[in-house]
Design a binder for this molecule. Structure first.
Ligand code: ADP
Length: 541
């Protein structure tokens, strides 16, 4: 017999025939002799007129009630004095039958509930309506509390006279705690959404707005009545009805997809033209059947304008600076020649210094120009198929005229031509070798290795040094603009942190990848790949 079926059948029987009512009747006043022999004086009267078939079933039902360990079932007389107690009640509340029979039911209620006379209200409620349902905390014998789903039934004799009450209790503490936790988690999440500085929307499965936070209303200058319960795509004259966004949002719930930094450029009804970044993900609510979508918005209009201004400024400024610096460099060379002729050592030394510094300045301006080109997506490549072996040899030869502290060793080689922009590739190799030399002041060797990878589909160039190395932490952002490792700064090795960023952009624009392997205080190895030319032209030996 399942408990679900059994409980109701048993209780109807129980309530009609007063099965658990005292076995003996000695007086109308409640007394307790020994275990199970409590009498409130009602049972004999209640037994009268009971059909014999039920009498025969008593043992069966009594046994069954006892076996319902998960349910506490007990009876009370009209004054709320407990008159019977099953095994489940003993397990749940901790009192043995002997201890509890004859006690007032209020000892099972919390002091707060007793104060509010809840136990009496339950009795009068079940008297009035036949039964009383409630969910509340109760007390165990040891004083601990547990949450109960309870039903109290009025017990009437065959003539309909009220004889007492039956109470059925089920311990639902676990479910209750879970519900409370869920409720708290929801309130917590709700609190975060409401107070977040970012505009946020919570959408139902059908894309209607469930909740919008304060910041959403403020940012988009819209009102709650015209937002909540409306479909996202109908909001503000369809201002969010953007085909690409629709496609992305449609995948969130079925595929658990995430929308990350989707940029919307739109002229909004109330706030005009804006650049908004949209992020979205599925919100799975514990205990809820349906999921929701959380959308957050970031207005990046001002940041974009500032970026555009900054890029334009860098572009114009560096372009304009290039001319005067080239002139300074030219004049310093004229000065050097002139001082040589006149044997003027002082002027010769100064003009050489001007030359060195203006070369540095030219390099820096070059970097800034490249950065501004990268930012506006204008880094154009002039690609040709050529022999990388020869090209790298030439670059190294060029560098060797300036580098005296280190030997640059070239190893390996590739058998096919690469398709690349020679000028830009030269910049990358130059930067990696110059860095290898600059950041290994105590070493005297840099190794450049050329190999092929992915079955000859890519040429791979590695530049290895035995210098200061880069910590794991610093390696994370190394290819970001202006990123410098902390040891380079502490060792006061000069640099501005643009070369690697530009190199990475050049390599990526070629369809290759760049990475670093490094051990702090031991050395670094920078590696990049380049696709082999489409026609796979073989290099003549
Ligand atoms: P810069 O050298 O002008 O600072 P880069 O972009 O070329 O700019 O390099 C960024 C940073 O990476 C450097 O400041 C340095 O901290 C680190 N770095 C680059 N190459 C090496 C290397 N071979 N060994 C150690 N650190 C390096």
């Amino acid at each position: 017999m399942t408990q679900g079926f059994g409980i109701h059948k048993l209780l109807s029987y129980f309530c009609s025939y007063n099965l658990l009512m005292p076995k003996k009747s000695s007086s109308s006043k409640a007394t307790q002799s020994k275990k199970g022999e409590y009498s409130s004086g009602h049972s004999e009267r209640a037994d009268k007129g009971k059909p014999q078939t039920f009498r025969q079933d008593d043992a069966f039902f009594r046994q069954t009630l006892e076996s319902l360990e998960d349910y506490a079932i007990f009876t009370m007389d009209l004054q709320g004095i407990i008159s019977s107690w099953n095994g489940g009640a003993e397990n749940m509340l901790g009192y043995s039958e002997q201890e509890i029979i004859g006690q007032d039911v209020k000892i099972l209620f919390t002091p707060e509930d007793v104060k509010k006379k809840v136990h009496l209200k339950e009795m009068s409620g079940s008297e009035k309506n036949g039964r009383h349902l409630d969910e509340r905390y109760h007390l165990r014998k040891d004083g601990s509390r547990f949450f109960v789903s309870g039903k109290m039934f009025a017990l009437r004799d065959p003539s309909g006279k009220l004889r007492g009450y039956t109470k059925l209790m089920r311990d639902i503490t676990h479910r209750h705690v879970l519900q409370e936790t869920i409720q708290q988690a929801r309130m917590y999440a709700q609190g975060i959404i409401t107070t977040a500085r970012e505009p946020m929307l919570v959408l139902n499965e059908d894309f209607t707005v469930n909740t919008a936070n304060r910041s959403f209303y403020k940012t988009f200058k819209v009102t709650k009545p015209l937002t909540e319960r409306f479909n996202l795509y109908q909001l503000g004259n369809g201002q969010w009805d953007i085909p690409e966004l629709r496609v992305l949002l449609a995948d969130i719930l079925p595929l658990n997809a995430v929308v990350q930094d989707f940029e919307v450029t739109h002229t909004f009804e109330k706030i005009g033209s804006r650049n908004i970044l949209v992020n979205g993900r599925k919100l799975s609510l514990v205990g809820a059947d349906s999921a929701m979508i959380l959308l957050s918005f970031e207005d990046i209009t001002q940041r974009k304008q500032a970026d555009q201004f900054k890029n334009a400024f860098i572009g114009v400024a560096s372009h304009e600076l290039r001319g005067p610096v080239t002139s300074i460099k030219g004049y310093s060379q004229i000065l050097a020649k002139h001082s040589g002729k006149n044997n003027d050592k002082f002027t010769a030394a100064i003009s050489s210094k001007i030359n060195v510094q203006s070369t540095k300045l030219t390099e820096m301006i070059g970097h800034l120009l490249d950065i501004s080109r990268i930012q506006v997506g204008k880094l154009q490549l002039d690609k040709n198929a050529f022999d990388l072996n020869t090209f790298i040899k030439e670059v190294i030869l060029d560098l060797e005229s300036e580098i005296t502290s280190h030997t640059i060793v070239l190893k390996g080689g590739v058998s096919r031509k690469v398709d690349a922009d020679k000028f830009r590739l030269g910049q990358v190799i130059n930067n990696l070798i110059s860095n290898a030399v600059k950041y290994s002041p105590k070493a005297n060797k840099v190794i450049v290795t050329l190999t092929e990878e992915e079955s000859g589909r890519y040429a791979k160039v590695s530049v290895q040094d035995f210098g200061i190395g880069i910590s794991r932490e610093d390696q994370q952002n190394l290819f970001q603009p202006f990123s410098r490792a902390s040891n380079a700064k502490t060792k006061k090795i000069k640099g501005i942190g643009l070369g690697l960023h530009i190199s990475a952009e050049i390599v990526h624009a070629h369809g290759g990848r760049i990475e670093v392997e490094s051990k702090f205080k031991t050395g670094s190895s920078f590696t990049f790949t380049l696709p082999i030319s489409k026609n796979r032209e073989v290099i003549d030996a």
